[in-house]
Ligand binder design. Structure first.
Ligand code: ADP
Length: 493
């Protein structure tokens, strides 16, 4: 490829902040492209036109009506809309079909399979196979010239397979290379074999699909596995997680396939949107602050948070947690430890999240038991999240596993010290005693010790202040990681 030509990359995924977001996938989809465009890459993005997208706030225009899609042995039609990623000139294309009209991004309940690995219900898998094929069809119809298709997580993991199939009939597809990014290996998109017929795939031509057909437990198709085996290159969202997933402990039963792709597998740490997550510009928090005036203004945020959470406005360490309430986040050890810590110490805890009913319930019970010390907010609320990042002293992330984690980086940017377990991206981004409190073993004893360390740090004001200042000065922008992605794209193109 001549040097002067700009790289043409298509981003494909199920979430995109600020349009739709459930977790970190949405954040990364909404911020990495800005970092890439800054460094001269041409980006287009595509996602389903969910009913959840606020069409009053985000105006879009119809670019192509009635695009034909051969799916489930039928000719189905979808429409293509176009809008811009807010604050940028990046085009976001939206696949409009009634399958996505509902208010939920994901429609299926989560089904637990293979231990802690879970899959969505089959109807969700159909929706995203439909979406992936619609993306391939859009590339053909719109005659997009692309160097790289960058697919994210299981929702678009089958897209490299569709691209291979389309390339047999359309030479526009022959030069497209594919990069598959794993944001979370535990969400795999597992379905029955009939999904192959649904997608109208010619399994004889696609080795990754054949592998599932003939696997020992061969009545399942695993989207994540297909992505791993079929993309030209695979990466995940931190260097440490890229190593961990090659082991049985973290490989979620896909380690054999990841080991096979080891030469084509790397880890690039996520950044955060430093314009959105900026305490000196954040309109959602109680009072803006920066590293210089934070002593006064962050203290204001803390008191306002205590007030809003109906906690006494005392000078005690406040621990915040903003998270999906799922096993991954270490809640089965956190809850009993909190019970012990709250019983014996003057600390306060503010919880924000939704997820598995047993965890939601456990936090509600703790709030009842310690009404003066713990506030449980079982909801999804971006404004409240920002207020917690700004108003807490410490941020809780004792994860069982964590591909990268954004919460700890957002917290540091707001001068809130993360208390994390040394796993995945948490190990790559938080330094013990320097920018946060890091513990190793996934045990109640180790977690409790970390709390006690945090309480000691809070009391040692010179150390506490130095750590806050160091945390606030860390560079979590996309600048460096975008460069690493560009190196990867160039290697592929
Ligand atoms: P994951 O992707 O596993 O959910 P991350 O730490 O990578 O975890 O990203 C989580 C993102 O979602 C952060 O931006 C966090 O602030 C946000 N978030 C999680 N739960 C909530 C909630 N209940 N309300 C608002 N924001 C939330």
């Amino acid at each position: 490829m001549p040097n002067k030509k700009k790289l043409e990359v298509l981003f494909v995924g199920a979430e995109l902040a600020p349009f739709v977001k459930v977790g970190g996938l949405g954040d990364v989809m909404g911020s990495l492209p800005k970092g890439l465009v800054k460094q001269g890459v041409n980006i287009k993005m595509i996602l389903p036109f969910y009913g959840a997208i606020d069409t009053k706030k985000y105006k879009s225009k119809l670019v192509k009506k009635n695009i034909n899609l051969d799916i489930d042995d039928k000719q189905v039609k979808f429409d293509l809309y176009q809008t811009l990623l807010p604050g940028t000139k990046i085009s976001v294309f939206l696949v409009k079909h009634k399958m996505f009209n509902g208010k939920d991004i994901y429609v299926g309940g989560r089904k637990y399979m293979k231990g802690r690995v879970y899959s969505r219900s089959v109807s969700d898998i159909e929706r995203f196979v439909f979406f992936s094929k619609a993306v391939a069809e859009t590339i053909r119809t719109m005659k997009w010239k692309l160097d790289v298709v960058h697919a994210h997580d299981w929702h678009s993991a089958i897209l490299p397979t569709f691209i291979d199939e389309y390339s047999l009939e359309d030479k526009n597809f022959a030069n497209i290379k594919t990069l598959f990014t794993i944001h979370n290996l535990a969400n795999q998109g597992i379905s029955g074999l009939d999904i192959v017929d649904y997608g109208g795939l010619h399994q004889k031509l696609t080795p990754a699909l054949m592998e599932d057909y003939y696997d020992k437990d061969g009545d399942k198709i695993d989207m994540m596995k297909i992505g791993i085996l079929s993309a030209d290159f695979v990466n995940t969202v931190s260097p440490n997680y890229a190593k961990e997933i090659l082991t049985k402990e973290y490989g979620e039963k896909l380690e054999t396939y990841l080991l096979r792709r080891q030469k084509h597998l790397s880890g690039i740490v996520n950044g955060i949107d430093i314009d959105f997550f900026d305490p000196s510009k954040d309109k959602l928090i109680y009072k803006k602050y920066n590293a210089k005036n934070r002593k006064v203004n962050k203290a204001f945020n803390k008191q306002a948070l205590q007030k809003e959470m109906k906690l006494p406005q005392d000078d005690v360490p406040v621990f915040g947690l903003v998270s999906r309430l799922v096993n991954q986040k270490g809640l089965d050890i956190l809850v009993p430890v909190l019970d012990k810590i709250l019983a014996k110490n003057d600390v306060q805890v503010v919880i924000l999240g939704t997820g598995q009913p047993e965890h939601e319930q456990a936090f509600k019970q703790l709030a009842k038991k310690y009404p003066e010390k713990l506030s449980a907010n079982i909801t999804f609320n971006i404004t409240m999240a920002q207020k917690i990042y700004a108003g807490s002293d410490f941020f809780l992330m004792p994860s069982l596993f964590e591909p990268c984690g954004l919460g700890q980086m957002i917290a540091m940017r707001y001068g809130t010290l993360p208390l994390v377990r040394a796993t995945g991206g948490l190990k790559d981004t938080v330094k013990h005693g320097v920018t946060g409190v890091v513990f190793k073993k996934y045990t109640q004893v180790a977690t409790k010790k970390a709390f006690e360390q945090a309480i000691r740090i809070y009391k040692n004001k010179p150390k506490f202040n130095k750590m806050i200042s160091t945390a606030m000065h860390q560079d979590f922008s996309w600048d460096k990681s975008a460069k690493d992605y560009i190196k990867l794209y160039k290697k592929l193109a």
